[in-house]
Design a protein around this ligand. Structure first.
Ligand SMILES: C[S@@+](CC[C@H](N)C(=O)[O-])C[C@H]1O[C@@H](n2cnc3c(N)ncnc32)[C@H](O)[C@@H]1O
Length: 217
């Protein structure tokens, strides 16, 4: 069993430098444009109501806000949420950023057109329950957008994750086939889009598995 406060502490400590990674901060115009183009193709017309779970510093939330969507970001780590709010204010964008658990977002009975999660499932103690909770937050016809992978790039080290993380169900990431099998019973249809070959998304070439699962309810 992983101590939840250890997870919060880890991500709070990571928050100030989180955006230094090219695909986190989207600081390079090339990277930003690649994500805007890629996610934009999965989105319904603006303004859609979007719930970005495990939003981190809000980079994707703000990309969608800039495209005219109404975005709510939820993250367990208060310092991630502070960063997201600060970035929204600096960019003159509106977005609602809430501290909370992605498995039970603090948004009451509100329904969304899109639930987005990027690089979150690997750290959840019960990813299956979270998937069910996200689908339940979608309006009929809504979309679930999951950007995931199995992390294995050489040179990706950084500080070790919290004690006991190796027992997480999807520790190290989840492959597309496994995630599709988990999501398929919950949705009307889904497709997988491979993202590994588009170096612009990652700030350089990558060799591990990276993809998006796009589902409709
Ligand atoms: C790898 S980062 C991804 C951040 C963001 N989605 C992105 O792609 O830039 C994982 C994020 O999930 C958050 N997180 C971890 N467990 C969470 C949970 N149970 N509920 C909400 N957020 C969580 C962390 O605080 C961190 O910000």
């Amino acid at each position: 069993m992983i101590d939840r406060s250890a997870i919060v502490d880890y991500w709070d400590a990571a928050a100030p430098s989180f955006d230094d990674a090219p695909d986190h901060g989207l600081r390079a115009e090339r990277t930003r444009a690649a994500w805007a183009r890629t996610i934009g193709a999965w989105m319904p017309p603006a303004p859609a109501a979007v719930l970005d779970v495990g939003c981190g510093t809000g980079s994707l939330s703000l990309l969608l806000a800039a495209a005219g969507h109404r975005v709510t970001g939820v993250d367990l780590a208060p310092r991630m949420i502070e960063e997201a709010g600060r970035k929204a204010a600096a960019a003159g964008l509106s977005g609602r950023f809430l501290v909370g658990d992605a498995a039970g977002p603090p948004t009451g009975g509100e329904l969304f057109d899109v639930v987005l999660a990027r690089h979150l499932l690997w750290t959840l103690p019960d990813p299956g329950a979270a998937l069910g909770a996200w689908v339940a937050r979608l309006r009929p016809g809504g979309r679930l957008l999951l950007v995931e992978g199995r992390w294995g790039e050489a040179g990706q080290s950084g500080p070790p994750y919290v004690a006991g993380a190796e027992s997480l169900p999807w520790s190290g990431g989840v492959g597309a086939d496994q995630l599709a099998a988990a999501v398929r019973p919950l949705v009307a249809g889904l497709r997988i889009e491979r993202l590994g070959a588009d170096a612009d998304l990652w700030g350089g070439p990558v060799h591990d598995e990276r993809y998006a699962l796009i589902a409709r309810v």
